[in-house]
Write a protein that binds this ligand. Sequence first.
Ligand code: C5P
Length: 422
Amino acid sequence: MERLDGVRVLLGVSGGIAAYKAGIVARLLVGAGASVDTVLTRGAERFVGTATFEGLTGRPVRTEVWEDIATQTHVGLGRSADVALIYPATAHVMAKLAGGLADDLLTTTLLAATCPLVLAPAMHTEMWQHAATRHNAEVLRQRGAHLVGPDDGVLMGGDSGPGRVVDPQVAVDAVVAALEDRAATPDGQVSGSFAGRTAGVDRDLEGTRVLVTAGGTREPIDPVRFLGNRSSGKMGFALAEVAASRGADVVLVAAPSTLPTPAGVQRVDVTTALEMYHAVFAHIDAMDVVVKAAAVADFRPSSTATSKLKKDAGAPSIELVPNPDILAELGARRDGGADRPILVGFAAETDDVEAAGLAKLKRKGADLLVVNDVSANDAGFEVDTNRAILLDRDGGRVEVPLSSKAEVAGVVLDAVVARLRA
Ligand code: C5P
């Protein structure tokens, strides 16, 4: 049985250059067993043709509200969809959806739809970072929409930055995750609060001060080289964004990242593990919660060359010295029995993931530990989705299926809220 057997997907394609990839999305959806109704906006029609989608889906493709009035196309399409995916979602279509406008077939259909909505934004970096788009994204998220991406990468015209549409497979995985999110029951593997949650609706972190660390630290070898790791910062940025949308005062201590600062978040940029250590301890006394999503280098070169090392001088031998373990130090500081700040750690593991996570939870003195299997290629480093096991120091365990990083953040913050209230 395929992952989307019998599922009716409404595929909305809006007018960005990334519309050309929507054909691959349609093919993947059909390949996964879905029945796909495609709606193209007028802008999309200038980039791609209806024939492509009719050929790929084997179903008529609609573009106009004024067709088929007698059978109420938009209401019918909206009502019959099990899930809607807008790929790509332009800044304009997001603005229209946030404002509830209905001036074409896609927006009219979506107003009539009650199914989960997945949006794959695609636009230039400036448009994505514009306060209006940030606001619209937040409004849509608060209303329960699942935003997947955008990625950081090459954009139209050779520019590069956040705004690139996610890969077709990632969008299809987000559709599956959105359906699982809705289908999950409290007695299933997924926690009750995760099932059917609409990320960001609650303001349950109002007045809570949350420090999040994100990204991978860089330990300089010389002025141009460093020891680093594959962390993109996406998980930590998602945590900061979701915490802020739930009312928290958030300080985001970010290792180098091109990701945009989430709305309402105070960002402190750092490069090395030592800088992160000092930034965390400068803020710690004011914090109720610390979430350590950063991948911190365990070791750094004992010295940094002041000039670029020359190849002619032969292979350098680099002596490494340990960095402080920030999370373990935070855990040790509470040894006297203090229950604040609540400490959340992350563990990226490749073998015997859960056992390694349990050992780490104890060793670091954390309250919660999010364990990722980073050997999977749809979870962990660099991608927009994650799958995790959330372990609690009191023996609690929540398995989070493949979900967007914002949804994983929602589950982690639910567990934090539960501890704050306990
Ligand atoms: O030991 P490991 O690096 O796997 O532990 C991961 C957790 O510990 C993460 O939450 C990470 O942010 C934190 N950590 C830290 N300082 C270090 C190394 C890891 O705070 N030097």
